[in-house]
Design a protein around this ligand. Structure first.
Ligand code: NI
Length: 181
C-alpha cells in the first residue's frame, strides 16, 4: 500500500470530472487500498479518487470511531434522496476550513464494492452527508461551492493566510481534520 498525496484547493485538478470504472480489477483494488491508507493517515473520514489526482469514480469512507469500518463505493449513484439538513463539513482538500452545508438527509445509493459486486444502501445522517460530499468531488465540485459568494471569499482569504503561515514555518492551521473528507 502507499500513501498518496492529496490535492488542495484551489488546484484546478480538483475540478476534473471522474470517469466510470469499467472493471473492478487488481489495479482498482490497489487504488481503493491506497486511498484508505491515505485517508486514515491524513486523518480523514472520507476520500474521493479525484482528491489524489485519479479521475475514476471511486470513493472510500470510514466514519467509525475505531477506524475499522471502511466503505468503498465504485461508480456510486444516488437513486433517491429526501429531507434537508445542515451540518458542518470539512475537507482534506480545503484544510482547516469548516463550514455548514445543507444537503439531503436521507439517500439511497447504488454502487459496486471492492469485489465488483453491485449493492444498494439506504442511509441517513453523517454517512449520507459524506457520500454526497465525496460524489461531489467526483463531479469536480467542492463543499465550498455550496457556500454563498461572500462566505466563499472569506474561505479564500482564510486559506491564503493559512498558506502564508505554513510557508513561513509557523506550523499548521486547524486541528479538527479528523472530521474532514
Ligand atoms: Ni472533501
Amino acid at each position: 500500500m502507499a500513501i498518496l498525496s492529496i490535492l488542495e484547493f484551489p488546484d484546478e485538478r480538483l475540478r476534473k470530472k471522474a470517469l466510470p470504472v469499467a472493471e473492478v480489477d487488481a489495479a482498482i483494488r490497489q487504488l481503493v487500498d491506497d486511498m484508505l491508507e491515505t485517508m486514515y493517515a491524513a486523518p480523514g473520514i472520507g476520500l474521493a479518487a479525484t482528491q489524489v489526482n485519479v479521475q475514476k469514480r471511486v470513493l472510500v469512507l470510514d466514519i467509525s470511531d475505531q477506524k475499522n469500518a471502511p466503505y468503498c463505493f465504485i461508480n456510486p449513484e444516488i437513486l433517491e434522496e429526501s429531507g434537508r439538513e445542515q451540518s458542518e463539513e470539512g475537507c482534506l482538500s480545503v484544510p482547516g476550513i469548516f463550514e455548514k452545508v445543507t444537503r439531503s438527509n436521507k439517500i439511497t445509493v447504488r454502487a459496486l464494492n471492492r469485489e465488483g459486486e453491485l449493492f444498494e444502501m439506504e442511509t441517513e445522517g453523517l454517512l449520507a452527508v459524506c457520500i454526497q460530499h465525496e460524489i461531489d468531488h467526483l463531479e469536480g465540485k467542492l463543499f465550498v461551492d455550496h457556500l454563498s459568494p461572500l462566505k466563499r471569499q472569506m474561505v479564500r482569504n482564510k486559506l491564503k493566510k493559512g498558506q502564508r503561515t505554513r510557508a513561513g514555518g509557523h506550523g499548521q492551521t486547524g486541528s479538527r481534520s479528523s472530521a474532514s473528507l
